[in-house]
Structures are given as C-alpha cells and as structure tokens.
Design a protein around this ligand. Structure first.
Ligand code: NAP
Length: 283
C-alpha cells in the first residue's frame, strides 16, 4: 500500500480563504479582528515564528501587532502589559511567544491572559474547557490535526487512536479531541513499555515526540492514518518529522508529510482561533 498524502499546505490555504471571508463579514460589521503578539527576548526560532504569524494574519485581513521587548524585561512589566491588552476591547487575541526568558514563570504569564483572548489555547481555563467539553480555545497544533482528519472524512467513532507524546500543548489536548469524537485513545510517553504493541493496534497514530524515527513501518497497522507532528532535523539538516516517512508511507493508508503537513495547519488554526475570538466578542 502506498499511503495517500494529507496535504497540510493545501488544506491550510482553504482554511485561510475561509478565515479571510469571515473576516470580511466581521469588518462589514465594524469589527477588525486583532491579534497582539508579544515577543520577549531574541530567540532566533521565535523571531521566525512571530514573523510568520504576523504575515499570515495580514494576508488574511486580520490585524496583527507585534510587540517586542528585551530579554531583560521584568515579569511584572510583562504581566502589566498583558493586563492592558486584556482590558483593550480592540484586541481579540493575545499570544505570548514561548519560550520566555528563564527569569520569567511562563505558566504565570500564560495564566495572566484573559481566557476569552487565549488564542493559543494554553491557558489552564482553555485546557479545562476542552476537558469538560465547554467552549474555549483549542491549542492550534492538535486542532489542526483534527481538521486534517476531517478533511479526509475520517470517522473517529469506535476507532483506536494512539497519541505518542503527552505535552500540555500537543499530546494531551490531542487525546481529548480524539476522545470527544468517540475514539478510544491511548496516550504513550517515554515510559511506555511496548510502544510498538500499541501502535500496531492503532487506526490513527499521532506522533508528537520530537525524535526522528519514533514510528517506523513495522509499528504501523496497514491502512492506518499517521499524523506526524514532530519537527526535527535529519543528517542533511533538513526538516523532518518523528515518522520514518518513506517506510511508513508503504504501510499506512494516509500520512502527513514534514514539511507541508501539521506545521502549516498549526499556523492556520491560530488565525481561526483569533477570528473566533473576535466573532465571540462581537456577539
Ligand atoms: P515535548 O513537550 O518535549 O513532549 C514530548 C513527548 O514525547 C513527551 O510526552 C515524552 O514523554 C514523549 N517521548 C519522548 N521520547 C519518547 C519515546 N521514545 N517514546 C514515546 N514517547 C516519548 O514536545 P512537544 O512540545 O509536545 O512537541 C513534540 C514535537 O512536536 C516536537 O518535535 C515539536 O517541535 C513538534 N511540534 C510541532 C508543531 C508544529 O506546528 N508542527 C507544533 C508543536 C510542536 P514524557 O512525557 O514521558 O517525557
């Protein structure tokens, strides 16, 4: 079997077009969806990420403002800036780019964001809302993965999904989303005794570890859907995922590539969440 590709670039393009359309509708009502991005310090990867986020926003008609602060910024100053953004009705979404400098408590900073503006979905209130099935904001990466499954018309009811990785921003929320769609979910992590025994039973595997070749062809049930969240570098320095793509594509039914898979979908879902925040605020 050669797996069909789930093209994250193409799907993200469709989602951006929908966001642009809905943004126009909001603008016609006098509301300009607006995202405040806060970057503290000069982490090179973060600088690239925020640039993408600003460009993606402006390309879809959303307003994105990038606020840059030196790494020497005090936590209290950041908290007071977040309080001001919380209180500003013209700002619908607030994103504090992680990682923060080491002298700051990232959890405390994220918890300072008003849940109604938490478009990254990292606030504990957002996690709680997802857990109990209430409206909130879903973290962009697992939300993008779910959209990829939707794009192929995949019905998760009664399927076994294995999520490899249990971070608060990917693995755990992914598992909750799959569970909400009536899949049976197994969450694996570094202490999982026999990962292969579990993945071989899986109809869907989501790999979110950050290590190359965590999932190889011998670990995949024929026809399974494989979503690769990982972002790693191969020996040639090229971006690659957690999945041995060339091997697994011969066994899986569907597979996401890296690059061009989950990455662009993560970016697209931030736009969706920001627009959603503006729509909710507009009533
Ligand atoms: P993380 O916080 O480091 O979590 C990694 C998880 O993998 C942990 O739960 C860890 O288990 C588990 N793990 C480590 N080795 C394992 C093994 N051999 N077998 C099974 N599980 C193992 O990472 P993250 O933030 O979730 O990110 C995961 C990957 O996704 C990274 O490559 C990251 O760059 C990428 N990512 C991509 C996007 C995107 O847009 N494409 C977005 C976010 C993240 P323990 O909990 O036991 O330590």
């Amino acid at each position: 079997m050669t797996a069909q590709l789930i093209d994250g670039n193409a799907l993200a393009k469709t989602i951006r077009a929908d966001v642009a359309h809905r943004t126009d509708a909001l603008k016609a009502r006098g509301v300009l969806p607006s995202l405040a991005i806060v970057l503290v310090g000069d982490d090179p990867a973060s600088q690239v990420y925020v640039k993408h986020k600003v460009n993606d926003s402006s390309e879809t008609g959303l307003k994105a403002t990038l606020e840059r602060y030196p790494a020497s910024m005090q936590e209290a100053q950041l908290l007071s800036r977040i309080a001001a953004l919380n209180a500003d009705p013209s700002v619908h979404g607030i994103l504090v780019q992680l990682p923060l400098p080491r002298h700051m408590d990232a959890s405390k900073v994220i918890e300072a964001i008003a849940p109604a503006k938490d478009v990254d979905g990292f606030h504990v209130a957002s996690a709680g809302a997802l857990m109990v099935g209430r409206p909130g904001f879903w973290p962009c990466t697992p939300y993008g993965c779910l959209k990829m499954l939707d794009s192929i018309g995949y019905d998760l009811r009664g399927k076994h999904a294995v999520v490899i990785g249990r971070s608060n921003i990917v693995g755990k929320p992914m598992a909750m989303m799959l569970l909400a769609r009536n899949a049976t979910v197994t969450i694996c992590h570094s202490a999982t005794a026999d990962l292969k025994a579990l993945t071989l039973q899986a109809d869907v595997v989501v790999a979110a570890v950050g290590k190359r070749n965590v999932l190889t062809a011998d670990m995949v049930k024929p026809g399974a859907v494989v979503l690769d969240v990982g972002m790693n570098r191969n020996d040639e320095g090229k971006l690659c995922g957690d999945v041995d793509f060339e091997g697994v594509r011969e066994v899986a039914g569907w597979i996401t590539p890296v690059p061009g898979g989950v990455g662009p979908m993560t970016r697209a879902m931030l736009l969706v969440n920001t627009l959603e925040a503006a729509e909710r605020a507009a009533g």
